[in-house]
Ligand binder design. Sequence first.
Ligand code: GDP
Ligand code: MN
Length: 374
Amino acid sequence: MRLFEYQAKAIFAKYGIDIPNGQLVDSHDSIGDSAKKIGYPVVLKAQALAGGRGKAGGIRFAKDDMEAEGNAGILLGMNINGAAVSSILVEEKVDIEKEIYFSITMDRAAKRPVVIVSAEGGMDIEEIAKSEPDSILKEWIDPTHGFHSYHAIDLFKRAGFTGDTLRKLSQLAATLYKIFSEYEAELVEINPLVITRNGRVLAVDGKVILDENGKGVKEFQIQIDAVRDEDLMRYVPLEGDVGILANGAGLTMMTMDVVAHYGGNPANFMEIGGELYKKSEEALDFLLTRKDLNGVLVNLFGAYARTDVIIEGILRSLEKHDTDIPFVFRVRGTGEERARKLLMENLNVEAHDELDEAAKEIVMKAEDYRKRRV
Ligand code: GDP
Ligand code: MN
C-alpha cells in the first residue's frame, strides 16, 4: 500500500525527522489562509499516488495569494500519470543547498533490507543510475543487528559528507530504518533529502510503501465510524477516480479488475461483507467524502444480501449529498426486481445485467466527467 506524501511525512515527523512546515488543503477556497499561515513563498504539492510528479507539473511555487489560488486551481483539476489529485500539501519553500537521495528497501534476492544513498538526489533513482552511477552507494542491513547511526556515519562519509551535516544525516538514516522496520515497509524513500543553506537537514519529499499484510498498514485502513469494530468494513483508498461499491470482497476485486480492464482507475477497495449490506448508506456517505471521484460503479450480486435494501441505503445517501458525479448500477440476485424498480423510480436509471457493460459505461462517463470538471 503506497501512502500519500503527507501521510509519509506525518510518520517522519512523529519519529522526529525534520520536515517542512506545511498543511493539507483539499479545496481551492482555503488555500490562501493556509499559505498565509505558513508564510510566503510556499510550495504547492499535488497529492497523488504517482511518480514523476514534478515533471508532470504537480509541484508549483507561489509568492502571494494570487499565485497560490491560481496554482491550486490547476493542481486540483489535474491528473498525474493517471492518478487523480485528491488534495494539495502547502509547504514553506525551503532554501536548498543540496539534494540527496536516500532510501531503504527490501532486497528480495538478498533477503535483507538495503540502504541506498546518492549525493546527486532530486532525480528519480533510475535517472541517477543512468547519469551518475558512481554516486550510488549501497549498504545491506543485517536485520538481527539493525541499522544504527554508526553504520550510517560510514556510509555518508563515503558519500562525501562531514561535520554537523554528517551527524544529522546519520541520525536521520537510523531513524528511517526504525520506521522501515516498525511499520513493516517495503520502501521508505526521501528524495530529495535536503540540506539547506543554513544547515538544516530535512525531508522535502517522502515515499512510503507498506506491506499489505504488515502491521503498519492498519493505521491507514480507515475504519468507517458508523460501523462497529467487530464488523468487517475495510476501506483502502487507491489512486484512481472511479469509486467502487460492491457487496463482498471477491465481487469488489472482480469489479476493480473489470474497471481496470476497460481503462478505468478504481478509487478504492471497500469490503462490505455479511450483515453490512444493510449499511450501504454509511458506506456511500463515506465514499462520497472523497473529493476526487469522477464516477461510482455500484455492482451488486445478491445471495444472502438483499439488493433492494442496498439500493434503498444508496438512495438515502444520495439524497443527502448534492453530487452530480455519474453513477452506474449493475444488479443481480435477491431483491433484484424491487431494486431495479427503485432505481428507475428515483434516479430514472436502468440497472445493467452484466458487469462488463456497466464497467464500460462508468469508465466512459467518468472520463467525460473529468473533462468537464477541468
Ligand atoms: P516529485 O517530483 O514527486 O519527486 O516531487 P518532490 O517533492 O521531490 O519535488 C521535486 C523537486 O521540486 C525537488 O527535487 C526540488 O528541486 C523542488 N522543490 C520541492 N520543494 C521545494 C522547496 O521547498 N524549495 C525549493 N527550492 N525547491 C523545492
Ligand atoms: Mn521526489
